[in-house]
Design a protein around this ligand. Structure first.
Ligand code: ASP
Length: 352
């Protein structure tokens, strides 16, 4: 992997969108409790931001939430805000709780097609008002990355990313892996897109570029959320598997399998998978492992799944698989189309 330093160019304008989460909390001196702070005063709170040659505007969602309460409606709202303001800003920084940030970043990567500008998610493990906060550094790096342009004036990172703990990661490759450490996110199956040290170094070869810099992106807001996740574990029962695979409300099921895509080889299990597929369900295989890929040809148990019609999720994270299904199923009622698109690398989410 070859990193190139940020050539750092002209003045940019950034829209900061605050949705909630720990980062936006400040200790109220009177009540000694954590409260969301007023982002219109962001330069007072984080004076470091004033040192950049860029304009920073902010907007705060009406309902500030713990990201445990994130629903697809919030993703639709975020896409709307980005679409409405797309021509007025050079980049977008979304402040979001860490708990579901990987889901939201994955969702936005599919809901925005052909991005020419950065959309950077960030947050923190400690509130911005706490002396040892990681929030300031995460925010400052995110703004710098969102504002960065190359010598031709194009955004260096026209992708949906997560910036956290000095690393920039493709959003749909991330997982939250630590609830305490400042390096809370990992992108195991894809290299980091940038590292912030003394300077910010970009892995330009791995950063996605739009087919046409002059074409406005497509913003997709239709989502179909009829997806269930079945995590395989020793002792799983036919009743549980049947309820999840064959449930009437489910159009697709993600099965989180062992290792390289293996599941129990017992006859009842494969029979239920076959039954679900006969009912028209889309069944996608992703691995429970943090790193590595599904390979259903490697072991006999994987081969059985493949033969039954289970689809290969490759090295997709569960978060990204869920978002991809919501997006594809929202795009079309044709399950054949969804199956074919699932097999494609749409936004750099799988290695194929
Ligand atoms: N529970 C918080 C959230 O996800 C945690 C955080 O922001 O780090 O909103």
């Amino acid at each position: 992997m070859k990193y190139t330093p940020d050539p750092n160019t002209g003045k940019s304008s950034i829209l900061l969108i605050y949705t909630g989460g720990t980062i936006g909390m400040k200790i109220d001196p009177e009540e000694q409790t954590l409260k969301p702070f007023d982002f219109s005063q962001i330069l007072e709170e984080v004076p470091e931001l004033g040192k950049f040659a860029c304009r920073i505007d902010s907007c705060t969602f009406d309902h500030i939430i713990d990201s445990a309460d994130v629903e697809p409606g919030l993703w639709q709202k975020l896409v709307e805000v980005i679409e409405d303001n797309y021509d007025s800003y050079d980049g977008f920084v979304i402040l979001h709780g860490t708990d579901t940030m990987a889901y939201s970043a994955s969702a936005l990567s599919f809901m925005t097609e052909g991005l020419t500008k950065p959309v950077i998610f960030t947050g923190s493990q400690l509130p911005i008002g706490v002396p040892r906060t990681d929030g300031k550094e995460n925010l400052v790096s995110s703004v710098e990355i969102a504002a960065a342009k190359d010598s031709e004036g194009h955004a260096i990172v026209p992708e949906v990313c997560i910036c956290f703990g000095n690393s920039l990661m493709r959003g749909n490759r991330t997982r939250k892996v630590n609830s305490e450490n400042f390096r809370a996110f990992r992108s195991e199956n894809f290299p980091h897109l940038a590292e912030a040290g003394i300077r910010i170094w970009y892995d330009t070869a791995n950063i996605l570029k739009p087919a046409d810099w002059n074409r406005k992106p497509l913003f997709h807001k239709e989502l179909d959320t009829r997806v269930s996740i079945l995590k395989i574990h020793p002792g799983i029962t036919p009743q549980v598997v049947r309820n999840i695979i064959c449930g009437p409300e489910t159009r697709a099921v993600i099965i989180e399998t062992y290792g390289s895509g293996n599941a129990p080889s017992r006859e009842w299990f494969i029979d239920l998978i076959r039954e679900g597929i006969a009912m028209g369900k889309i069944i996608l295989n992703v691995t429970q492992c943090l790193a590595g890929s599904v390979d259903m040809d490697l072991y006999a148990t994987g081969k059985k799944l493949k033969k039954a019609g289970v689809l290969d999720g490759y090295d997709c994270t569960t978060e990204s698989a869920l978002a991809k299904l919501f997006f594809l199923m929202g795009t079309s009622t044709d399950n054949g189309f969804v199956r074919r698109e699932l097999d494609k690398n749409l936004r750099g989410e799988i290695t194929k």
